[in-house]
Design a protein around this ligand. Structure first.
Ligand SMILES: [Cu+2]
Length: 147
């Protein structure tokens, strides 16, 4: 996890509103999106990135063409055991970076349709909801790597 400073891995993406008729666009910056590469029989993996929203918002859904099911997960110590669970939404406080990283929040890709090899580009879509309930999507191209 020391690649946050690598310029080659930086991706800046701006969320675009689903409809041009919406005045308020949620602006979400995505930094260093990556997916953990898998071995052939593996059916699940995690995607990680840094998110920063200009306005208070939350990530309410995620999807990817490489997986049957995508959820936002949280990892937490529970009685000394590391557990992960799906969360309904991931809060993005205004102007504050939120890290999705191993051992913490992550995008969980389940029911993988094939192996994800290091160097592959994995498309991800996040649905972000603003305080005005307006939803927009953020399209992400995450690079697969081992760690
Ligand atoms: Cu998970």
């Amino acid at each position: 996890m020391n690649s946050h400073n690598s310029p080659a891995m930086r991706h800046l993406l701006i969320a675009t509103a689903l409809s041009a008729g919406f005045a308020a666009h949620a602006q979400v910056k995505v930094d260093d999106p990556w997916v953990r590469a898998t071995v052939a029989p593996q059916k699940a993996t995690g995607a990680f990135m840094q998110l920063m929203s200009a306005k208070a918002a939350k990530v309410v859904a995620a999807s990817s063409p490489v997986a049957d099911m995508v959820e936002i997960h949280e990892m937490k110590m529970d009685d000394g055991v590391m557990k992960m669970r799906a969360v309904d939404a991931l809060a993005l406080p205004a102007g504050q970076a939120v890290a999705l990283k191993p051992g913490s929040y992550h995008v969980m890709l389940m029911g993988l349709k094939g192996q994800i090899k290091a160097g592959d580009t994995v498309p991800l879509t996040l649905t972000v909801e603003g305080e005005d309930k307006q939803r927009s999507t953020v399209e992400i191209k995450a690079q697969a790597r081992v760690k």
